[in-house]
Design a binder for this molecule. Structure first.
Ligand code: FAD
Length: 298
């Protein structure tokens, strides 16, 4: 049962995974997913490749989650590269497979196309996708679609941000269209998320905003994540990872635990952990935060 959004309940958590690209990676992912599921997350979300490139693999993994674990699967859906009719068909396919929860995204531009060169008019917006999901649900027999719609939020802005006020209005518009939660892009400092949520509330947003966190294991991963977040990597953590020879999962775990503690103290209802398809680091974070009851690996 989801307790997201109620300030009087214990902090909850959820995970993100992505479809495996090789048979060996799929075996490892199956193992990781069993551990993640045993932790009792609110949901596990599955990414969707740029340009709809992982459509079959995403659906396979969602089915596996639904049929082989007790967790609630959430499908990322992106619009880039798909027409409205194709998206409608895709959504019905997910719903037919028992997948009711969606993260509605415009999606990354096709591989090799920089964000600034991508014409947003070439794809449905995340607002239009949110509306389409609501429309597709409404057209189905009652009680066959009862899930939620999530959307993305960017505490430090997005390359397409016009202004902070426009970003917040855009988020509020998607809540009005049917979104019941937002999930944030990665960030490194608690005040970035907390300030964003405070301003979003002032702009009229009422849905929960889940902070997206990732315990990095290597300096390379930290640099990549910093690029995604559009923020410089925390210099202290980067220096420590480099000094440790590049690979030091315990440092990423400690940094994420500290950040999560500040977020929870500031009112975050739940934490959304980017797993990178591994269970060890994210479960170590939850164990440190005392959010695992019972601890599945104890
Ligand atoms: P949009 O809704 O277009 O918003 C992007 C930004 O553009 C907004 O934040 C806003 O600043 C601006 N903007 C756009 N339209 C307006 C408007 N009308 N008015 C004002 N401002 C506007 N990508 C994938 O390809 N697959 C995935 O599985 C995936 N999962 C993700 C999960 C999370 C939690 C996040 C945060 C991102 C994910 N992404 C994924 C990346 C995402 O697709 C890209 O960041 C993409 O560039 C933007 O998607 P969006 O849905 O936020 O787009």
């Amino acid at each position: 049962m989801s307790l997201i959004g109620s300030p009087s309940t214990a902090t909850r958590f959820s995970f993100e995974v992505f479809p495996a690209r090789t048979a060996a990676a799929a075996l490892a992912l199956g193992h990781a997913v069993q551990h993640l599921a045993a932790a009792g997350p609110d949901f596990v979300s599955v990414t969707y490749g740029a340009n709809g490139s992982s459509r079959a693999e995403t659906l396979d993994l969602l089915r596996y989650l639904r049929e082989q674990t007790g967790v609630l699967p959430m499908a990322h859906v992106t619009t880039v590269g798909s027409s409205r009719a194709e998206l409608r068909e895709l959504l019905h396919g997910f719903l037919d497979a028992g997948i009711h929860d969606f993260l509605a995204l415009r999606g990354d531009p096709p591989r090799g196309v920089p964000e600034q060169d991508f014409d947003p008019a070439d794809a449905l917006s995340s607002l239009e996708l949110t509306e389409l999901i609501a429309e597709v649900r409404a057209a189905r027999p009652p009680l066959t679609s009862v899930g939620r719609i999530a959307v993305a939020a960017y505490p430090n802005g997005h390359p397409r941000s016009r202004s902070r006020a426009a970003d917040l209005d855009w988020l509020v518009a998607r809540e009005q269209a049917g979104a019941s939660m937002a999930i944030s892009q990665l960030f490194f400092r608690a005040e970035e998320y907390l300030g964003f949520v405070e301003e979003a509330r002032a702009a009229g947003l009422t849905i929960p905003v889940l902070p997206g966190l990732m315990p990095v294991t290597t300096d390379r991963q930290l640099r990549r994540v910093a690029e995604l977040a559009g923020q410089p990597a925390p210099p202290g953590l980067l220096a420590e990872l480099e000094a440790a020879g590049g690979y030091a999962p315990e440092l990423g775990v400690a940094h994420t635990v500290e950040l999560a503690r500040e977020l929870i103290a500031g009112g975050a209802p739940s934490v959304h952990l980017y797993t990178f398809n591994r269970h060890e680091a994210v479960l170590a974070v939850l164990r440190e935060l005392r959010l695992l009851t019972p601890d599945p690996l104890a």
